[in-house]
Design a protein around this ligand. Structure first.
Ligand code: ADP
Length: 469
């Protein structure tokens, strides 16, 4: 008998290239594309934010004038559709002026906004004509979908299963109980809600963990770490209790998109067989950033949201004394932006501060730098180190979460201790090898470039999990 493949619906606040703040957007894009290429039917639903323009994103109206009941009120919703370039995966966008009309993804009462989204997603399913077997929920924004599936009396939703993926435990959607009314829920709707409400608030991640049919996070090491008080962010007890239903599946990257052999954002394409050409990208990058043009001086890159999690406290004053150039691309907390800008202004020819979000510049940095730094305090998976390796940049990372699972001695450098000195020592060690042992350096680069970071294996792990539901 022919195998019946489950139909998947991904629900996410971010989807690349339509709306991206971090790795979540990349994962939803590339995992869905990998599933499609393996013959699975997969669609995505996301909010239509104000900045997603209809013309440039080829949005087609699927249905307008829908009314979603929220308590006694009704919220107007329009559904749009487009598809992701290259993969052709269908994306449905839910428009609602009140919650998603602004030109920003994250603002205001996010629990309320995204609970409305989750509730509306289920309501609109019959109108888009896509009935999934599995709803794959991503992050706290959509973590109440499993609750909603459990309480609905409607037969339509009866056999739909849910998988909940935790990309980051830091954002939990902790809210006062009143927020539940946005999804037509109350603390008496489910036992897990009344238990959760006992301390006066509702935690979206906790609900997702308890009510989804399966849960995963994005690397095996992080899946283990979050069972401990150090990484559990207050949820270690719930996580430990549910540990049998929580797996770690390492993210991949889109190796077609992140491909130095074909990337047209960079001046010289290259493979692991002609890494020497990477130098041309380095010289072009130095020129673009106003750094001293020198193919031999080591160039260190850092591309990330500028938040504490990414280890910014470990980049002390002393790091500037190391004999190398730096480029930092990112936006985030003002105090870090200010600090980085100051360093750059003190030494413009050696330190470049690019305080913006720029996907194309990011590619040129991955292609141009020798070393990629990511000293995260915790890191559920991390994509930057994998992209860096794909582009022959050697990672220097802290050994935590997905960084520990992807960076070993054959491809890069890692340190354990959360300290400025530990970071500097490791970076110095990398710089020494770069300068003194070029053949060893080249081997690190080649090993990294030849590692398989594609979604092939991880997508299969997700498929296996879907079949277990
Ligand atoms: P997180 O999801 O915690 O932000 P990840 O490592 O999982 O971290 O994903 C970050 C992704 O966002 C990477 O693809 C990285 O290159 C990209 N990125 C982060 N900041 C910027 C920026 N300022 N400009 C362009 N790309 C960025």
């Amino acid at each position: 008998m022919a195998e019946i493949k489950p139909k998947i619906l991904m629900v996410s606040a971010e989807v690349n290239p339509l709306a991206k703040v971090g790795g979540l957007a990349d994962v939803v894009q590339s995992l869905s594309s990998a599933l499609k290429s393996k013959g699975y039917e997969v669609s995505i639903i996301m909010p239509k934010y104000g900045f997603i323009k209809k013309e440039s994103n080829r949005l087609k109206k699927v249905k307008g004038g829908l009314k979603i009941k929220v308590g006694e009120k009704k919220e107007k919703v329009t559904i749009w559709q487009t598809s992701i370039k290259f993969s052709g995966v269908d994306v449905y966008l839910l428009e609602n002026q009140k919650h998603f009309g602004k030109s920003k993804i994250y603002w205001g009462n996010e629990s309320e906004r995204f609970l409305f989204f989750s509730h509306a997603v289920l309501e609109i399913l019959p109108f888009i004509g896509y009935k999934p077997d599995i709803i794959h929920c991503h992050d706290f924004h959509t973590a109440l979908i499993p609750d909603l599936l459990r309480v609905t009396p409607d037969f339509y939703y009866k056999n739909i299963k849910s998988l909940y993926t935790i990309h980051n435990l830091n954002y939990q959607g902790k809210s006062d109980i009143g927020v539940l009314s946005t999804g037509n829920l109350s603390k008496t709707s489910l036992r897990s809600l009344s238990q959760d409400a006992r301390d006066g608030d509702i935690n979206f991640i906790v609900q997702g963990i308890i009510n989804a049919d399966a849960v995963n996070t994005v690397s095996p090491t992080y899946a283990h770490e979050i069972t401990t008080p150090e990484f559990g962010m207050g949820l270690d007890k719930v996580i430990k209790k549910n540990k049998n239903k929580i797996q770690g599946i390492l993210n991949g990257i889109d190796t077609d998109y992140f491909n130095p052999a074909t990337d047209n954002n960079i001046v010289a394409n290259y493979t692991s067989r002609n890494i020497i050409k990477k130098k041309e990208n380095k010289l072009a990058l130095q020129k673009e950033l106003g750094l001293t043009r020198d193919k031999d001086v080591p160039l260190v890159g850092f591309i990330s949201r500028l938040i504490k999690q990414k280890g910014l406290e470990l980049l002390g004053e002393d790091i500037k004394k190391l004999d190398c150039q730096f480029v930092i691309l990112g936006t985030g907390q003002k105090k870090y932006e200010k600090q980085i800008k100051k360093w750059s202004q003190q030494d413009l020819k050696r330190i470049s501060a690019q305080l913006k979000f720029d996907a194309s510049l990011a590619q040129r940095i991955y292609a141009g730098v020798d070393i990629y730094l990511l000293p995260s305090l915790f890191e559920p998976c991390g994509l930057g180190q994998m992209i860096a390796m794909r582009y022959g940049a050697v990672p220097v990372v802290r050994a935590t979460g997905g960084l520990k699972d992807t960076v070993d001695k054959k491809v890069g450098f890692s340190f354990n201790k959360i300290s400025e000195t530990a970071l500097q020592r490791k970076l110095q060690q990398a710089l020494n090898i770069y300068r003194q042992k070029p053949s060893q350096w080249k081997r690190l680069q080649k090993n990294g470039m030849n590692r398989d970071f594609s979604w092939q294996k991880s997508a299969q792990d997700y498929i296996d999990l879907y079949y277990e539901l």
